[in-house]
Design a protein around this ligand. Structure first.
Ligand code: SAM
Length: 268
């Protein structure tokens, strides 16, 4: 069976070519105050000038050029060459420097240990089967004290039907499934048409961070719901199921639980 990353690379390349949702580049008004544009929650530590930032699965010409415009030294990793081409185009137009790398978020051997101050990741972990592999790679490339700022699809977002049944939204997908949820064939804003996506349980999203050597400093559920929205729309469904979770985490000096155990360190 074809692996998810090859399939999703083609899906995202095509989305970028067609200019579909989640492929827009940064706007002029965002470049007027790039730090404000990328730091809506106020989670970024201090200034970005001189900091090494990894935009993980963050291609498309939105986040990475804004981080670079705010003074950071930016590397952007994405599986989709078309999404990365948009970053290079925006960088050229704005005379910004960016390093682009086409690889999967769970396979970063080209990046050195402890080489980043911040790893930022928009909604994208749903495209890989193992979240633990992604977290372990991020923990490796982040310096101790560095920030990991991420968004993820909530499990119920991927488990529930897109349309009301007859009111509310039925949970139709297994919470413990190992494989991807069935691809969507229509356009629904909470899913990307044709993409292979995996439900990650709360225990994996939050517990997995702790096990990979992070502490969680804040957690937010961005509000997309609207009680007045038409049933079956993204905004209506989001009133029942918040689609995303945003997490502010920090790499600690404490070894992850598994490593501490093998190193003979006793954790009370
Ligand atoms: C929702 S977009 C996020 C970036 C976009 N600029 C945004 O803010 O909406 C998800 C990104 O994840 C990328 N992606 C999908 N699978 C990936 C993988 N295995 N490794 C790295 N990137 C991946 C896609 O190519 C796409 O650029």
């Amino acid at each position: 069976m074809e692996i998810a990353q090859d399939h999703n690379r083609r899906v995202w390349d095509e989305r970028a070519r067609q200019g579909l949702l989640h492929t827009r580049t940064a706007r002029d008004d965002e470049f007027d105050d790039p730090l404000k544009a990328i730091n809506g929650r106020g989670w970024i530590d201090g200034e970005l000038a001189g900091k090494h930032v990894l935009c993980l699965a963050g291609g498309g010409g939105l986040q990475a050029p804004l981080y670079a415009a705010a003074g950071a030294m930016v590397t952007v990793v994405d599986i989709s060459p078309e999404m990365l081409e948009q970053d290079r185009r925006v960088a050229r137009e704005r005379a910004l420097e960016l390093q682009t790398i086409a690889t999967s978020m769970d396979d970063l051997p080209m990046l050195a240990n402890a080489s980043f101050d911040i790893v930022t990741q928009p909604v994208s972990t749903c495209y890989v089967p193992s979240l633990a592999k992604v977290y372990d790679e991020i923990a490796r490339v982040l310096r101790v004290g560095g920030q990991y700022l991420s968004q993820h699809k909530q499990p119920a977002n991927l488990q529930a039907a897109p349309t009301p049944f007859p009111s509310g939204y039925a949970v139709t997908e297994d919470y413990y499934a190992k494989g991807p949820v069935p691809p969507m064939h229509g356009e629904f804003e909470h899913r990307e048409k044709g993409a292979l996506e995996f439900v990650h349980r709360w225990e994996e999203i939050v517990g997995g961070l702790c096990r990979s050597g992070f502490v969680i400093e804040d957690l937010a559920e961005p509000k997309h719901g609207d009680p007045a929205a038409e049933p079956g729309t993204f905004r209506h469904r989001s009133q029942y199921i918040p689609p995303y979770v945003a997490i502010k985490a920090r790499r600690t000096a404490t070894p992850p639980l598994g490593q501490a155990a093998t190193a003979g360190i006793v954790i009370p």
